[in-house]
Design a protein around this ligand. Structure first.
Ligand SMILES: Nc1ncnc2c1ncn2[C@@H]1O[C@H](COP(=O)(O)OP(=O)(O)OP(=O)(O)O)[C@@H](O)[C@H]1O
Ligand SMILES: [Mg+2]
Length: 228
């Protein structure tokens, strides 16, 4: 589902350039639950941004469902992103003045779903994360773990095949973090592809494979089964 061939990323700041990814090769199949670990500054978020079509690589090829997306324009990328990828962030990124219901409904307001269909979907995904009873609450009235579950419902509501989560448990206590892992485990069993950055080995243990990155290079776990 996701295949990187010799992906590089060079950041240019003034006349200083920095190679954040130095030839990344990897493959992730449908339904895999993969964690990404590595020291601060090793390139994890850079990698996630490219996978999520939020940024483009400087070189190499990126096949997403067999389509090379490395050379697409930003408009083309945003279309692919809307269809294929749901994002979960460390800080939840919920709209503070909107209810849980409205936060989950939001991604559907841009793709022409009618009100009835939207309501069914919001209910389905708030139930999936166990928060339908909290639909009318605002983020400030929810715990961190509950806010992250609302954010997961929001990421799922357009039914993308891939979920990307950059440090989804970084701001949570360990019990809430494990609840999020239970949800991810279940989603991956149902066929979603999940990629998650974490610094916490206990959290990574929930995934079926760990990709380890160091100074812009994958040092372990790039392929399912064996390392190349
Ligand atoms: N927009 C940018 N411009 C210039 N340099 C950048 C940019 N984004 C990231 N970098 C640099 O690229 C390297 C990798 O950054 P990245 O954010 O991918 O690391 P990370 O592994 O996610 O780290 P952390 O664990 O701290 O989140 C770092 O040295 C960083 O300073
Ligand atoms: Mg990061």
């Amino acid at each position: 589902m996701i295949r990187f061939k010799n992906i590089t990323k060079v950041y240019q700041t003034g006349n200083v350039s920095f190679e954040a990814l130095r030839g990344v090769n990897m493959e992730i199949g449908q339904g895999e639950f993969v964690s990404i670990m590595g020291p601060s500054g090793s390139g994890k978020s850079t990698l996630m941004n490219i996978i999520g079509c939020l940024d483009t690589p400087s070189g190499g090829s990126y096949l997403l469902d067999s389509e090379n997306v490395a050379g697409l324009t930003f408009d083309q990328l945003s279309e692919i992103r809307n269809k294929k990828i749901g994002f979960v962030f460390q800080n939840f990124n919920l709209l503070p003045y909107a209810t849980a219901y409205e936060n989950v409904e939001l991604p559907m307001l841009y793709n022409g779903k009618n009100a009835k269909e939207r309501k069914l979907r919001v209910r389905k995904y708030l139930e999936l994360v166990g928060l339908w009873d909290w639909a009318e609450h605002r983020p400030t009235e929810l715990s961190g773990g509950q806010q992250q579950r609302v954010a997961i419902a929001r990421a799922l509501v357009n039914e993308p095949p891939i979920i990307l989560a950059d440090e989804p448990t970084g701001n949570l206590d360990s019990k809430s973090g494990l609840e999020i892992m239970e949800i991810f485990n279940r989603l991956s069993r149902e066929g979603k592809t999940i990629l998650m950055v974490t610094h916490d080995q206990k959290i990574a243990d929930y995934s079926s494979r760990t990709i380890r990155i160091f100074d812009g290079i994958i040092v372990n776990g790039a392929f399912n089964g064996k390392d190349h």
